[in-house]
Write a protein that binds this ligand. Structure first.
Ligand SMILES: Nc1ncnc2c1ncn2[C@@H]1O[C@H](COP(=O)(O)OP(=O)(O)O)[C@@H](O)[C@H]1O
Ligand SMILES: Cc1ncc(COP(=O)(O)O)c(C=O)c1O
Length: 268
């Protein structure tokens, strides 16, 4: 069984972060492990509720995994501070051969700040150059490039190539809605490819980005080649959004197990 690690924040409500990643790993039949960098316990009334873990605690979790189990792929999500990014960069340098999926998480779906403003440059300098793939959404891409990106295919393709200039091996820009579709752009220095699916009309997409990147991590750990792994992840997250859950307050969660259970939903 392939072993995968997520280095990210725990999201108390269960939709995103560590919780989304572990649920997704289970669905993709890989062995999931976690290094928790922070706890996010926000709600619709306050943006407070973010607790950052000590560097020592983060390092200890990582060593418990690397020394006792090992890993076939690693994903990063919410890292929050400069210090955490520097530590994670140092730790990941020691595992040079496995796929590294860097999801440059910055803002939560309810508006909470998941990356400090002064941490972006450190992320670009130390972590992104180690990535097999980075998976920014539009807003994250704009912050990384320090420019606005227009909702036009030409500019989105240009931005994807500019992101590749940050020295990751490849880039997947999640462009969001373009011409009524949910489109992502991939570039690895040679191939520029577009992945599109119909746009689902819902606000309940909490955890979509984490779930997509976690599925990609699992597939790459299994040795699936990149383009195929992206296709599978796009299908996986599409089903998760199509059957998303609203428990009445705030932005609801994607249903991480939706692809497996799709046939059941049809008869409900
Ligand atoms: N409403 C939607 N309908 C269909 N696909 C979507 C929708 N929202 C997001 N996606 C897809 O889910 C994946 C994760 O996207 P996104 O929500 O933008 O990530 P993030 O959570 O990082 O903002 C992308 O492939 C995106 O195209
Ligand atoms: C710990 C953590 N990571 C990541 C995210 C981003 O989630 P999404 O996949 O919706 O972009 C959140 C959102 O609140 C979070 O709490």
């Amino acid at each position: 069984m392939r072993r995968v690690v997520t280095i990210a924040g725990a999201a108390a409500q269960g939709s995103a972060g560590i919780q989304a990643d572990l649920k997704t790993f289970q669905e993709r039949d890989v062995y999931g492990m976690s290094v928790i960098t922070a706890t996010v316990a926000n709600n619709s009334r306050t943006q407070e509720g973010i607790f950052i873990r000590d560097i020592e605690e983060i390092e200890a979790q990582y060593y418990a995994i690397s020394e006792m189990v090992g890993m076939d792929a690693v994903k990063t999500g919410m890292l929050f501070s400069k210090d955490i990014i520097l530590k994670v960069s140092e730790l990941l340098k020691r595992v040079p051969t496995v796929p590294k999926i860097i999801d440059p998480v910055m803002i939560g779906k309810m508006g909470s700040q998941l990356l400090a403003d002064d941490a972006i440059e450190v992320l670009k300098k130390y972590l992104i150059p180690q990535a097999t793939i980075i998976t920014p959404n539009r807003l994250e891409a704009e912050k990384l490039l320090a420019r606005n990106i227009f909702s036009e295919i030409d500019d989105l393709e240009r931005a994807t190539k500019e992101l590749y200039g940050l020295s990751a091996q490849s880039v997947l820009l999640k462009a969001g809605e373009v011409d009524g579709k949910a489109i992502d752009f991939f570039y690895d220095g040679e191939t520029l490819e577009k992945f599109e699916m119909p746009l689902i009309d819902t606000i309940h997409t909490s955890g979509a980005g984490c779930t997509f990147a976690a599925c990609l991590t699992a597939e790459l750990a299994k040795g699936v080649e990149m383009i195929q792994a992206i296709h599978r992840s796009k299908q996986f997250v599409h089903a998760a959004i199509q059957h998303s859950l609203s428990f009445g307050k705030g932005v609801g969660s994607v249903r991480h197990g939706a692809l497996r259970k799709k046939s059941d939903f049809k008869s409900q």
